[in-house]
Design a protein around this ligand. Structure first.
Ligand code: SF4
Length: 450
């Protein structure tokens, strides 16, 4: 969602005559891009799009703001802005703690960025637009995408679940869905511009209801999520539809059936488990037990044998014992995820879990995290090795910037593939035989075009 927001911000700013001179995804790249030589070469504005999901992400932004404060002492004309969830979470505190911060824009006001920057330029006063209600998704024809073939498409945002560890309901607000006809209209517009692969976005796409985005225009449901998927699959020229993220309690048989009968739907299903212990799941208020979760995965795998299942795991949540940790270890071995994002729990102030004791010592969080990472790495490696020598469909997205002889693609299971071929396949779905594996990237050669 943040990637999409950044693309919208960059596109709108360029349309209004601003020039984007550096973009960085990774915090370390950010440091390089924001380093002094670059700034003094002419950046007038630095915008950071922030995430509040983990303490670690926030810490990095605090550090970066400190660095930018020093830069501003030498270059008082520099405009420093913050976007994203930290703005929603910390609001006024940010202006007080960082008086040199010029602007803050909430997740629902990105289109106002150019006007806000102009206001700062004219008045040199701090300006903020942060409001949680109202329209939360707006499609922009000026979105600046990294790919000419793939687009992110938010269909809903916010969340009405109340997982005790999670800051999202506070930062992104209550659930709102885009009406289905608007999603389809936007998808058709994207396809007419050359997009072939769309990834639908939402905090919990499974609870999509198509009821509209503004409080004054809530209607009867236009479509469920499975119905929306079917509508999108019928769009000519749209070759692949993926989505993220799902919630186990809303992932239904109807959804699995739709995935099974639509080859256009990507073969990766990301379903956060969070813990293998029912006691922890209850403390997290996840609304599912391990047995519920496992039954859904078994059903999905039975219906869609080539589906890749990925997950999120939190280690060291409040009250987690060795037994709870053991249950998560067993879950990894039993389900054998294709990959898993495994994080140490960090308290998010303001969440229900912030009232619980954060009683797992850091060294235990670190060791449990390591144990799960090692176990999952072995599973991922074994699964990846089993792909070698087989043929899969891969979408070729572009050339490798480090080695233009190589073409880069993604398979239906959303894994990265490097293709060595003389012929140009960029923009095509190609059947490829997998010949090698380096870290998590496959190497492949063309088997036969589809
Ligand atoms: S469903 Fe996801 S976004 Fe919603 S509260 Fe739970 S973890 Fe957060």
């Amino acid at each position: 969602m943040n990637t999409y927001d950044s693309q919208v911000a960059a596109g709108i700013l360029e349309k209004e005559g601003f020039e984007v001179i550096a973009e960085a995804d990774d915090p370390e790249d950010c440091l390089d891009a924001l380093g002094k030589p670059r700034l003094s070469k002419g950046a007038d504005i630095v915008l950071m799009n922030t995430c509040s999901v983990r303490d670690h992400a926030e810490e990095r932004v605090w550090g970066r703001l400190g660095m930018l404060g020093k830069e501003k002492k030498e270059n008082p004309r520099l405009i420093i802005g913050l976007m994203g969830c930290m703005v929603e979470e910390h609001r006024e505190k940010l202006f007080k703690r960082f008086p040199y911060l010029d602007l803050m824009v909430g997740t629902r006001h990105i289109k106002e960025l150019p006007a806000m920057i102009r206001q700062v330029l004219e008045t040199r006063k701090q300006v903020a637009r942060i409001k949680q209600d109202g329209i939360s998704i707006e499609y922009s024809e000026y979105t600046k995408r990294g790919s000419g073939f793939h687009a992110w498409l938010p269909i809903m945002t916010g969340c009405d679940k109340a997982c005790t560890f999670c800051i999202v309901p506070m930062t992104r607000g209550s659930e709102v869905s885009m009406p289905a006809r608007e999603v389809c209209r936007e998808a058709e517009r994207l396809v007419s511009g050359g997009i072939k692969w769309i990834t639908l976005l939402g905090q919990n796409v499974n609870s999509y209801n198509g009821r509209g985005t503004g409080s004054g225009e809530r209607r009867m449901s236009e479509a469920t999520f499975p119905e929306l998927l079917e509508m999108l699959c019928s769009i000519e020229g749209l070759e692949r539809v993926s989505f993220t993220t799902s919630h186990p309690s809303d992932a239904t048989e109807e959804l699995f059936q739709v995935i099974a009968r639509n080859p256009k739907i990507g073969r990766r299903f990301h379903l956060p488990l969070q813990s293998g212990s029912d006691r922890m799941l209850k403390r997290m208020k996840r609304l599912h037990t391990y047995a519920d979760y496992k039954a859904k995965i078994d059903r999905l795998r039975a219906l869609v044998p080539d589906i890749s299942i990925t997950t999120d795991i939190i280690v060291g949540f409040s009250g987690e014992t060795e037994d709870d940790h053991g249950a998560t270890q067993r879950a990894l071995e039993e389900i054998r995820f294709d990959s898993a994002f495994i994080y140490k729990y960090s308290v998010r102030p303001g969440t229900p879990a912030a009232l619980l004791l954060d009683d797992v010592p850091l060294d235990r969080k670190v060791s449990r995290n390591q144990e799960l990472l090692v176990a999952q790495r072995a599973i991922t490696e074994a699964k990846s090795q089993s792909f070698l020598g087989k043929v899969f469909t891969v979408f070729v997205e572009g050339r490798n910037s480090d080695n233009p002889k190589e073409q880069i693609g993604r398979m239906d299971q959303d894994r990265r593939v490097i293709l060595e071929a003389d012929q140009d396949y960029v923009g095509q779905f190609v059947r490829m035989e997998f010949t090698g594996l380096h870290h998590e990237t496959f190497r492949a050669r063309v088997a036969s075009s589809r």
